[in-house]
Design a protein around this ligand. Structure first.
Ligand SMILES: [Zn+2]
Length: 255
């Protein structure tokens, strides 16, 4: 079909533009020419100067950063074995790896769809980093988010918490979550599942245990679970006398 062939040819040209654009951007970046044009960063230049969407700008920027060390990715973009989106997906995960490791990982996502690449890279993605600095009368939290995560945060802020700034939004969410654990006046709902523990009962048990593991000598306050002292499979009931709070370690150890 003629139009198909035309599209194929155009697509081919489009791909070839990738490396050309990256090469020019490389000069922009190396000499910081965007500053002379009044843009505060390369990202700012990509968005306001060249009209890329923020996502596309972020992708170009990560490709550029990686292409300094791995110049071959330009060619791979052109032939289409790597895409901007896959490279920028990998960028965060491999940022701190040595060059040969970076190359190795990028090779595993060649010719993969975005979804497949995501799956491959998932175990390598660094967890959300939060840095804590303690001062006499305050704690400073520094948190690293992806653009996607940051977008979600702002979406929630504009939907529900427009009167908040990010700090008060954050504390509001914390308070809401905590309230769920301290509220004990829920209506009792009935469930036929023998393992079912109502929220009210759960919170009472947690409160009684002072929100920590009840295993002797353990004071764990994280990963708490409600445990049936006599297991459900042996006829143990979900009543307060048969329930205790255990940390996940001690609950697992109990078997
Ligand atoms: Zn424990």
């Amino acid at each position: 079909m003629k139009i198909h062939n035309e599209l194929l040819a155009l697509r081919e040209k489009e791909k070839q533009l990738s490396s050309l654009i990256l090469e020019k951007l490389q000069i922009m970046e190396e000499q910081r020419l965007y500053l002379k044009l009044g843009y505060s960063s390369l990202f700012d230049y990509l968005v306001r100067g060249l009209g890329y969407s923020e996502t596309m700008a972020y992708q170009r920027q990560s490709c550029l950063r990686l292409s300094f060390e791995l110049p071959e990715i330009k060619e791979k973009l052109d032939i289409g074995t790597l895409t901007h989106s896959n490279i920028s997906l990998a960028y965060k995960a491999i940022k701190n790896q040595p060059v040969n490791k970076k190359r190795e990982i990028l090779e595993t996502i060649e010719n993969k769809t975005f979804r497949e690449a995501k799956k491959i890279l998932a175990p390598m993605a660094p967890p959300i980093k939060v840095k804590q600095q303690f001062f006499q009368n305050k704690v400073l939290l520094k948190m690293e988010l992806t653009h996607e995560e940051h977008k979600k945060l702002h979406q929630l802020k504009s939907l529900k918490f427009h009167k908040h700034n990010l700090e008060s939004l954050f504390m509001n969410l914390v308070d809401q979550e905590l309230k769920k654990y301290t509220k004990t006046d829920y209506k009792i709902s009935k469930s036929k599942n023998p393992r079912y523990i109502s929220v009210k009962l759960r919170n009472n048990i947690l409160k009684k245990a002072k929100y920590q593991c009840q295993h002797k000598g353990c004071e764990e306050t994280h990963y708490l679970q409600i445990d049936h002292i006599k297991p459900v499979r042996h006829g143990g009931k979900a009543n307060p006398n048969n329930l205790q709070v255990l940390c996940s370690g001690h609950n697992r150890g109990k078997g």
